[in-house]
Design a protein around this ligand. Structure first.
Ligand code: MN
Length: 240
């Protein structure tokens, strides 16, 4: 059990990702981004572009839902994060660095929540694709079968985690060393803080499905699993 969130997050990232994030941070510090209480606006977090059109996930997730979810909710977290970190040493840092610097610290909860939600949403969008679903590629399929018995077993566990999450949160497929696991987190929390490497996530906040499915979260979850998962994205996230 990892108790230090910073250590846990670093262990969940690859060496390349960790060094990349650190170098980004060092560069920003060198550029003056590390000065506290600066009058200058300083570096900001950008909202990553959606990897498809807002209509790309129809009919599983409507254009209206994606428009609001991405354009209002996701953007809202990024904007709030920029407001909260403006003029501080955290402004514009890679999200993993902000998450690592604020996890488990009650006085930093607002920054953590908005940074984690920005990260979670970017990861959620990239884990889905138009006409997704289907069968995972061979190497991933083998890993899934070793951990869950079958792809069907993995999908069932993922759906159960998404449906059982009480209130707002996220269901995840994660890598824990050699094993793949299904887990869930409440509100903004994410597996990185437990040293687990995220491979895929499903957003189960009501804003993700209520316009299209109302109270039928299970129907949304099943449709996402069957028709939208980008299994190539999942495979790319595996740590060798
Ligand atoms: Mn959301």
């Amino acid at each position: 059990m990892q108790t230090n969130p910073r250590q846990a997050i670093n262990s969940a990232l690859s060496r390349r990702e960790f060094l990349g994030a650190s170098m980004g941070a060092a560069l920003l510090f060198a550029m003056g981004g590390g000065i506290s209480c600066s009058d200058k606006a300083g570096p900001v977090q950008m909202l990553a572009a959606l990897p498809y059109a807002e209509s790309g996930l129809e009919p599983v997730i409507s254009t209206k839902t994606v428009g609001l979810h991405y354009g209002k909710h996701h953007k809202g977290y990024v904007d709030k994060l920029n407001k909260l970190t403006s003029g501080t040493r955290l402004a514009g840092l890679p999200l993993e660095q902000i998450i690592s610097a604020t996890a488990g610290q009650p006085e930093q909860q607002a920054i953590f929540n908005n940074a984690a939600q920005a990260w979670n949403h970017d990861f959620y969008w990239r884990g889905l694709k138009p006409k997704g679903g289907g069968a995972p590629p061979a190497a991933l399929k083998q890993k899934i079968e070793a951990s869950f018995g079958s792809v069907e077993g993995c999908k069932k566990e993922l759906a159960a985690a998404a449906n059982d999450q009480f209130g707002s949160g996220w269901a995840w497929l994660v890598q824990d060393g050699e094993r793949l696991k299904v887990t869930r987190t409440g509100n903004a929390d994410l597996p990185l803080t437990q040293g687990l490497r995220p491979l895929l996530t499903i957003d189960v906040w009501e804003h993700a499905y209520y316009l299209d499915y109302q109270n039928r979260r299970a129907d949304y979850v099943q449709a996402v699993i069957d028709k939208l998962i980008d299994w190539e994205f999942v495979e790319k996230n595996l740590l060798a």
